[in-house]
Design a protein around this ligand. Structure first.
Ligand code: MG
Length: 395
């Protein structure tokens, strides 16, 4: 048995860049938990015979930067492309080294799977072929249009839809590009025009290209099996700090003038501490004392928004999306009502969520207990968030 050839993958993600006023190019749109482009990068990265992944990005700075950001940590090499597709493929080939087989793939076809690469590579057991492409039959009747009216039929016998990735012997691809003049949309036509035999393998609807409105939603349902299942996680937090004589206190990152202050190692923002614990609880990451021990001098007088921001960063690194935050402040004084909206805005800003995702309530304990005697303030918080049930590959 002939062993499988190793190959270099060139993903063409150039095309229209990020010019102002236009919608985001489809290859950069979000599909499930990743950008459309990243789906193909991850599929190649998971394939053992793939030696190198070259992503040919738009030439202009914004598009190039976005492609780099999307590919971060994948091991793919991101380079600048040209105006036409053929220029981008040439740029990719120049970075491909001495690979024996090159796979050229459109970034706007995110449904690539390893089994499709298997079929393409297996075709090279035939020494006579220069390349191989995935094709699907044309099911609909084809017609020619002139002046807005049907002017004739097109014979569909023998017609197929050609998809990507298209795989080529490197030498045949180089020769075809070297001898080609003029525009081209398809590398297989160039190799064939140069005398190369192009084999076919069966395509798949997963390899359909995302081009128009609605395609993203259609692909989302095709890929549904590969998307993460989300689960809702809830965390709660509770904190108390002592009231002592002083001038004002921090509550939810908002300063309130008062004839007392809260005592603590940090700024003693009892409400932010409760929310921080709720976020940590929802992701199962311990409690605020573990992350910011009171014994650590670094946190003396610290502003508590740093604690909450840290917990939110931990959550987002795990793929969490914060859904809602509900809080209750328990005290006789100061009155929370006049400060409620500013406290909500402050918490929302620290957590990077909208104000309507944050609720701030207050209650007294009818002068009972330590809060009733105004010896301290207590705060409770609940946070709900969405977590991916299965971590996606490459995360
Ligand atoms: Mg505390």
């Amino acid at each position: 048995m002939i062993s499988q050839p190793t190959f270099v993958a060139i993903i063409v993600a150039g095309g229209r860049g990020l010019r102002a006023g236009l919608p985001i190019p489809k290859q950069f749109a979000t599909l499930g938990n990743r950008a459309v482009l990243r789906w193909s990068v991850d599929a190649f990265a998971a394939y053992p015979a793939c030696e190198r992944i070259i992503v040919v990005a738009p030439d202009e700075d914004a598009g190039f930067a976005l492609a780099e950001q999307i590919c971060a940590g994948s091991g793919a090499l991101v380079i600048r492309g040209g105006i036409e597709r053929i220029d981008s493929v040439k740029a990719g080939m120049a970075a491909a080294g001495d690979a024996t087989v090159i796979l050229i793939h459109d970034a706007a076809r995110p449904g690539l799977e390893g089994c499709q690469i298997d079929h393409l590579l297996a075709a090279f057991r035939d020494p006579d072929i220069a390349g191989v492409v995935p094709v699907l039959p044309v099911a609909d009747t084809l017609a020619r249009i002139e002046g807005g009216y049907v002017s004739g039929d097109i014979d569909r016998s023998g017609a197929v839809r050609v998809q990507t990735p298209q795989a080529f012997r490197h030498a045949a691809l180089l020769a075809a590009h070297a001898s080609w003049n003029g525009p081209a949309t398809d590398d297989a036509s160039m190799v064939r025009a140069n005398g190369g035999i192009i084999a076919i393998v069966e395509g798949h609807r997963r390899l359909n290209k995302i081009t128009k409105e609605g395609d993203l939603e259609a692909m989302q349902s095709i890929l549904a099996g590969g998307l993460p299942q989300w689960r809702t996680a809830i965390g709660n937090g509770y904190d108390v700090h002592r009231l002592i004589p002083g001038e004002g206190l921090w509550l939810g990152g908002h300063f309130i003038n008062h004839d007392r202050r809260l005592e603590g190692h940090s700024d003693a923002d009892v409400l932010l501490h409760a929310i921080t614990d709720a976020v940590l609880g929802a992701i199962g990451a311990g409690d605020i004392g573990q992350h910011f021990p009171p014994s650590d001098e670094r946190w003396r007088g610290a502003s508590s928004d740093a604690f909450l921001a840290h917990a939110c960063t931990l959550a987002s690194k795990r793929g969490a999306v914060i859904d809602h935050v509900d809080t209750t402040v328990i005290c006789e004084a100061p009155k929370i009502g006049p400060h409620r909206e500013m406290i909500r805005a402050s918490i929302a800003a620290i957590m990077g969520v909208a104000i309507d995702q944050v609720s701030v309530k207050a209650t007294t304990t009818e002068k009972l207990g330590f809060t009733g005697r105004e010896e301290g303030i207590a705060a409770m918080a609940s946070v709900s968030l969405m977590l991916p049930r299965h971590r996606a590959q490459g995360d």
